[in-house]
Design a protein around this ligand. Structure first.
Ligand code: RAM
Length: 542
């Protein structure tokens, strides 16, 4: 057994990792604390803004757009049969509960069955959900069928919906009956509250607009936890939590929600100490049992980010043990030569591009997280609990440069085929395996390299922007924010999307654009960059 493994083995045994449940004595208290930070949901009543029709337009995002056809007042006085194909538009993305009044033209003598369909974007409204053939459950698509026997009736729909558009369709009724829908309202919910840093904004219209969409995205995802998307998956994921927390420090500053997330992850972690990638609040907090290893380790960095933003050490003291066990579980997967070989059954996320070879990016993520954990240990004066860590970090950086650097291309190359990707360079930069100056060169060479595997999610683009900033490339970072997130704004986004490939509007990780989440947490970080680095990004004006 090599020296590093031997040390880890002794630490693990001394720390009791082989015991049945290493967090047994902490869990109840962590759970209690998570409930102490349960936020209040602010409710606001929203009404339809206009009536639209979805029209084909080859130039528009996903080749359709919403075109105004009427005011809500005239629409509610027209029977549904005459409003066929028309859609109620609330003018902005909402997350909340919906109710409406339905009346008939004559006293009802038969039941009526109506379908109520919700959509975040026009193409989703235009699509026939019956044609859905994606990989995730069709039940995520937001549609209700309601049968009513007595009219008039106020219908309160059973779920929370995430939408901008609603359509009503009569599926069955008596031939002589027609229906009027009115008093449609949404009780929109969010725990975000006030944006406390609006005075930090740049004055230029483009970046103001990007900031606004960014804030809308974050606000909609801030519920009783930081959800990944209010339409789908409606749960907390570590990768999303990290980015939401960053954006939150520069906007709503609802820091209790960050703490709630951190304690929930700790309370529901596996018995060996690893946090799971995602968890649900209801009926009682429980994880979905898988370990995306990059996410597990990024948990530690949520703690360091939290401290940087709040200087609150109490949470760190409480949860240090969790940070430590993320590392202790990963150390045995790192060879003496500093190569990370993930255990079978672990996966890693990095991005949704299925062409991406993740070997180098994951290696970089591990170093990045270990560095942050060492910062944490130093802050808490607990270095003696992870004594070998600086050595491991150094050997991993050395290995990265020796094993993964392609000397001909002068770029990091991943996997057996030596794939060149943006993800690999970015995570090498963020890990500190290369200097900012060398990082700038990597970015420079990427430009002239052919067949570079590019990110497809705003999640990975966040780290691209972060890496540019790490290298002092403020101009490029600003261009990226303006071009990539701004590209979504140009295509009509009022909240940022889960995936965005400027060249493919229909790209979906789930085999259908209908299933994509069009208000997605990990896309919300422009507000973080634009405010945190305002002086550097806007040194030359807006
Ligand atoms: C998706 C989620 C989430 C992401 C994971 C990896 O299902 O929507 O945002 O973190 O995948």
């Amino acid at each position: 057994m090599n020296k590093l493994l031997l040390i880890t083995f002794f630490i693990l045994s001394a720390a009791g990792i082989n015991a049945q449940d290493i967090y047994e004595t902490y869990r109840a208290e962590w759970l209690k604390k998570s409930y102490g930070y349960l936020p209040e949901l602010h409710v606001s009543k929203r009404l339809p803004l206009q009536i639209v029709q979805i029209v084909t337009d080859p130039e528009a995002y996903q080749q359709v757009r919403a075109e105004k056809v009427a005011e809500p007042e005239s629409w509610i006085n027209t029977p549904i049969s005459a409003n066929k194909g028309q859609v109620v538009d609330f003018g902005e993305h909402l997350t909340g509960h919906v109710q409406f009044l339905i009346e008939s033209n004559i006293p009802a003598h038969a039941p009526v069955q109506i379908k109520i369909k919700f959509a975040e974007v026009p193409a989703e409204m235009d699509a026939d959900f019956n044609n859905y053939e994606g990989s995730l459950s069709k039940a995520w698509l937001q549609e209700e069928i309601v049968t009513l026997h007595t009219l008039p009736d106020t219908v309160i729909l059973p779920n929370r919906y995430a939408f901008r558009y609603i359509q009503f369709e009569v599926l069955a009724s008596a031939g002589d009956m027609d229906f009027f829908v009115s008093n449609i309202e949404c009780r929109a919910v969010s725990s975000a509250g006030e944006d406390k840093m609006s005075s930090y904004d740049s004055t230029g219209d483009r970046f103001r607009q990007i900031t606004k969409v960014s804030l809308n995205t974050l606000r909609e995802c801030m519920q009783t936890v930081f959800e990944d998307g209010p339409k789908r998956d409606r749960r907390i994921w570590i990768g999303d939590l990290k980015l939401q927390a960053l954006a939150n420090y520069y906007s709503f500053q609802n820091n209790d929600l960050v703490k709630r997330g951190l304690y929930l992850y700790a309370a529901t972690a596996a018995e060996n100490g690893l946090v799971y990638g995602t968890l649900f609040e209801e009926p009682s907090p429980h994880p979905q049992k898988h370990f995306p290893i990059d996410y597990c380790l990024l948990y530690n960095t949520v703690l360091t980010d939290y401290y940087e933003a709040t200087k609150d050490k109490e949470v760190l003291e409480d949860l240090w043990v969790v940070a430590k066990y993320q590392v202790l579980n990963v150390l045995p997967q790192i060879s003496e030569a500093g190569i990370f070989n993930p255990a079978p059954g672990w996966w890693n996320f990095i991005d949704w591009n299925d062409q991406l070879d993740k070997q180098v990016a994951v290696h970089g993520t591990v170093i990045y997280a270990l560095e942050k954990t060492w910062e944490l240990a130093t802050l808490l004066n607990r270095q003696n609990e992870l004594p070998g860590l600086p050595g491991v970090i150094a050997s991993m950086k050395k290995a990265a440069n020796e094993k993964y650097f392609n000397n001909d291309k002068k770029l990091f190359a991943s996997g057996a085929l030596g794939q060149i990707s943006t993800a690999s360079q970015v995570w090498m930069i963020l890990s500190g395996a290369v200097s900012p100056k060398d990082g700038r060169n990597l970015f420079g060479r990427l430009k002239s390299e052919r067949n570079v595997v590019q990110p497809v999610s705003p999640y990975l683009y966040h780290y691209v922007a972060e890496a540019m900033i790490t290298c002092g490339m403020y101009k490029e970072a600003k261009e990226l924010i303006g071009g990539y997130w701004g590209g979504m704004v140009d295509k009509g986004a009022d909240t940022f999307w889960e995936v965005y490939d400027p060249g493919n509007d229909f790209l979906s990780p789930y085999g259908s654009f209908m299933m994509n989440s069009y208000c997605h947490a990990w896309s919300c970080t422009p507000v973080y960059f634009l405010r945190k680095y305002r002086n550097e990004l806007f040194a030359e004006g807006d």
